[in-house]
Ligand binder design. Structure first.
Ligand code: ZN
Length: 274
């Protein structure tokens, strides 16, 4: 048996990536998989040998036993390297393969993997203490994040966060959506990237609607406009995303849950007449 600290250290020496201990289910000791650079929870070596090379995450979510833990790294020499981590509990799961080395990667990927794991560990702690289940897939550039109230409905986002410097804010937005759904408030109807055409199409079809434009890292104040506001269209480059709804007050409620900062109501769209 190997202590969890020495397993973490082993992986760090080989790859430069340090797996935060709070992602490792609180176990103290692990076992090594037959001379491979993988560790598994005690008594789970056989189970782990089924899953450590899989990328069939839906099967993993369905079939791996609760309490399952395996982590390590794949690749050697000039091949691409990846740090891998899989866990499954009664309330959540994680399947991570994070690129981190080999001939085509270097310090940047290692730093990226480390900062990703720190953000994920902090988010996972937040979910735990709020009683929220978290299902994570982050697999060599493909990502899927789901959060669930206990026994209830969830919300999900399908994009990789490994290279996204605003990932902590994006994860918090998921909790904001979940919190609103739990209170019975409607989650805003649609969310678009300000770089996509989706927003313009939504506005064409919803000329009575309202739009909240915001920066995911809150670097600038969010603004609420009515659909089709020319002022908004000319300042879209300041923002990352737009959330749309049939009612402006829903957007205000959502923005405050998402901690986006003080909202600016567009004076042209919401002119208060004396
Ligand atoms: Zn406006």
């Amino acid at each position: 048996m190997i202590t969890i600290e020495s397993a973490i250290q082993d992986i760090k020496l080989a790859t430069g990536v340090s797996i935060p201990v709070n992602l490792l289910l609180g176990v103290d000791t692990v076992e090594r998989l037959d001379d491979q650079p993988y560790f598994a929870g005690v008594g789970q070596v056989e189970e782990a040998s089924k899953w450590v090379i899989t990328n069939n995450w839906d099967d993993f979510n369905e079939m791996a036993p609760s309490g399952y833990l395996a982590f390590g790294y794949a690749g050697h020499g000039v091949n691409s390297w990846a740090v891998c981590l899989q866990w499954k509990t009664s309330t959540g799961s994680g399947c991570l393969r994070l690129p981190c080395g080999g001939a085509f990667m270097g310090d940047k990927e290692v730093e990226q993997a480390n900062s990703y794991l720190r953000d994920l560990a902090a988010f996972s702690k937040r979910c735990d203490s709020a009683g929220i289940a978290l299902e994570v897939v982050e697999d060599m550039g493909e990502g899927r994040y789901r959060v669930f109230e206990r026994g209830g409905e969830g919300v999900e986002s399908n994009s990789s966060l490994i290279a996204d410097s605003s990932r902590a804010s994006r994860l918090n937005l998921l909790l904001a959506d979940l919190a609103l759904r739990a209170t019975g408030s409607a989650v805003p109807d649609r969310r678009f990237s300000c770089r996509s055409n989706g927003l313009a199409e939504w506005q064409d079809e919803n000329d009575e609607g309202s739009v909240l434009v915001f920066a995911v890292d809150a670097r600038t104040s969010p603004e609420i406009h009515s659909s089709g506001c020319a002022e908004m269209l000319s300042t879209l480059h300041k923002f990352d995303e737009a959330t749309c709804s049939d009612h402006a007050l829903k957007l205000q409620e959502w923005a405050s849950k998402a901690n986006l900062g003080e909202i600016v109501w567009c004076p042209a769209c919401f002119e208060i007449k004396d």
